[in-house]
Design a protein around this ligand. Structure first.
Ligand code: HEC
Ligand code: HEC
Ligand code: HEC
Ligand code: HEC
Length: 435
């Protein structure tokens, strides 16, 4: 090969990396190469700091106001000043939580000092650039006439519109990574249990944008069913990755408890709720079960859109549970093989073109399994509810189901009083309403 070919090859590789990079592994904002300028930089009154949506621009331009007034992310740092956080830090033997890396990594845009611009303030919490990427190289250009999405991405904007990239971003704080993680010590010191579902959390974050015609033209239209299914594959994958990492080792004689179903341990002894399900039925009574809620959802999806995949998934999830009766090494090796199965599902499940019939069948499967008691672990029950809700919104019959869904939601309102039997029987009523 002559040097010209080599140059061409390098150029092609870089191009391929750029194309793939935008679709796949874009560096998370916390680790990007750019200065983070701080929300104040975005907030001027001619930029994103307007009071009401601007009718003439292609984005609202009141994003800062929405974020600072209504979005929990803008107060993520200030909660570290609360008595609750101080008490947690004390129990954990930490100093002030507003200066502890373990808290800051998820509760603000904790980039190193050399990547902080002039107006950057650590106390701003999870600001614009914690999601959209450091603005150093695009702060000027993205507002110029003719700026395209591609220009912006090439200058370091993070592709928050893409399901896989969005999942990776939100999961990095809402489930954790090898570097940022809320373990059982943190939970036991008083941190709220983490629960996450990509589509629901996308909807619950007060919208500072609208998916209208102009948006779709610029960025395409990702259906909520795909946001949900992609989020589920990515969340399951993240759990498996972490199980294979040092994070699973925990300390003392137990593995890290945060990977297990919290309520498997945390419920009164006279409440004998243990019930065999199709994936844990072979375990002896009293086993502490891994949190398998994401897999439960993937099993329901694949049973409709990929029945071979569903069988393999079911076998592998059962094997993962079995491994917990043996050794940490076996859990890790089962997690590794399950993870490679999920690699294929990013496309086949996350990117599936769901028809209405598919979505109806998945919803029916979820409700049927829920009424059989398959989701007697709280985390699975919670995910099943969110899934049925998301599917009903997408199927556009949600308004006919609000009463039964409200009744079903009530059975989840207090996780400490959760009754699997009641959840199952109300699921049965919801099921009768959708047929
Ligand atoms: C892996 C990321 C992560 C780490 C590490 C983490 N948190 Fe959190 N924290 C979150 C997320 C995400 C939420 C919101 C959970 C939800 O509502 O779903 C949260 C919620 C909280 C809340 C409740 C906030 C409210 O509005 O009621 C407090 C308090 C809190 N965290 C304090 C801390 C402290 C103190 C530390 C350090 C010891 C810490 N967190 C470490 C991600 C993290
Ligand atoms: C927790 C993550 C998060 C934070 C914090 C956040 N955003 Fe966003 N933002 C998103 C997501 C997700 C979208 C929708 C997907 C997309 O269009 O990229 C979005 C969309 C937008 C859009 C619409 C883009 C378009 O093409 O129509 C603008 C403008 C925007 N954000 C600006 C801001 C500003 C300014 C701030 C801070 C004041 C901010 N965002 C804070 C996640 C976030
Ligand atoms: C840098 C870490 C970080 C990232 C990235 C992040 N979040 Fe958060 N998020 C938090 C923290 C911390 C809280 C809790 C804030 C509080 O309650 O004070 C939170 C709270 C929320 C809440 C409110 C939760 C509740 O209990 O009502 C929603 C919804 C949410 N995030 C959605 C998202 C979505 C969607 C994404 C991805 C587009 C995302 N977050 C990305 C850290 C993050
Ligand atoms: C293997 C069993 C087990 C699992 C699984 C487990 N925990 Fe715990 N947890 C314990 C034990 C044991 C304690 C210590 C109780 C005590 O000190 O009285 C504890 C303590 C706690 C406490 C403090 C209670 C207190 O009285 O101070 C909280 C909160 C907590 N866990 C939350 C969670 C969450 C959230 C999860 C899931 C992410 C979880 N736990 C998973 C066994 C477990």
């Amino acid at each position: 090969m002559n040097s010209g070919d080599r140059t061409l090859n390098v150029a092609l590789t870089i191009m391929a990396m750029l194309i793939l990079g935008t679709a796949q592994a874009q560096t998370l904002p916390l680790y990007d190469d750019y200065k983070h300028m701080g929300p104040a930089t975005c907030a001027s009154s001619v930029c994103h700091g307007q009071v009401t949506p601007d009718e003439t621009a292609n984005v609202w331009l009141n994003e800062y106001r929405i974020w600072s007034r209504d979005d929990y992310h803008s107060r993520a740092f200030s909660v570290l000043r609360s008595d609750e956080s101080m008490a947690m830090a004390e129990k954990l033997g930490l100093g002030n939580p507003t200066t502890e890396k373990v808290c800051l990594d998820c509760h603000t845009d904790n980039v190193p000092v050399e990547r902080r611009g002039e107006k950057f303030q650590i106390s701003d919490g999870v600001g614009c650039e914690a999601c959209h990427g450091g603005a150093e190289k695009w702060i000027e250009s993205h507002a110029e006439e003719g700026a395209t999405r591609e220009d912006n991405l090439a200058r370091g904007m993070y592709p928050t519109d893409q399901p896989e990239a969005r999942a990776r971003l939100c999961l990095s704080c809402h489930v954790g990574t090898q570097d940022r993680f809320a373990d059982h010590d943190i939970m036991a010191a008083g941190h709220p249990r983490m629960s996450f579902e990509l589509e629901t959390f996308t909807v619950n974050q007060p919208a500072h944008y609208e998916v209208d015609e102009g948006y779709i033209e610029r960025k395409g239209n990702i259906r909520s069913v795909n946001m949900w299914s992609t989020g589920m594959v990515k969340k399951a994958k993240r759990q498996l990755e972490l199980i294979q990492s040092e994070r699973f080792t925990g300390h003392g004689i137990f593995p890290e408890l945060a990977f297990f179903d919290c309520h498997a341990c945390h419920h009164p002894m006279d409440d004998q709720r243990m019930q065999p399900t199709s994936i844990t039925g072979h375990l002896p009574p009293g086993m502490v079960r891994l949190d398998d809620s994401s897999f439960q959802m993937l099993l329901a999806i694949t049973s409709v859109v990929d029945s071979n995949g569903a069988e393999q998934l079911q076998r592998q999830v059962r094997a993962l549970h079995t491994a917990t009766t043996r050794s940490t090494d076996q859990v890790r090796s089962r997690a590794a093989s399950l993870e490679s199965t999920l690699d294929d599902m990013v496309r086949s499940v996350g990117g599936h073109d769901f028809s209405n019939a598919d979505m109806q069948a998945i919803r029916a499967t979820l409700l049927e399994r829920a009424s059989r008691g398959e989701y007697h672990d709280f985390t699975s029950a919670e995910q099943a509810f969110l899934a049925v809700e998301t599917l009903s919104i997408e199927l556009d019959d949600y308004h006919q189901l609000t009463d039964p869904l409200d009744a079903w939601f009530d059975t989840l309102a207090d996780e400490h009083q959760f009754s699997p039997g009641r959840f199952a029987s109300v699921a049965n009523q919801v099921g009768r309403n959708v047929q």
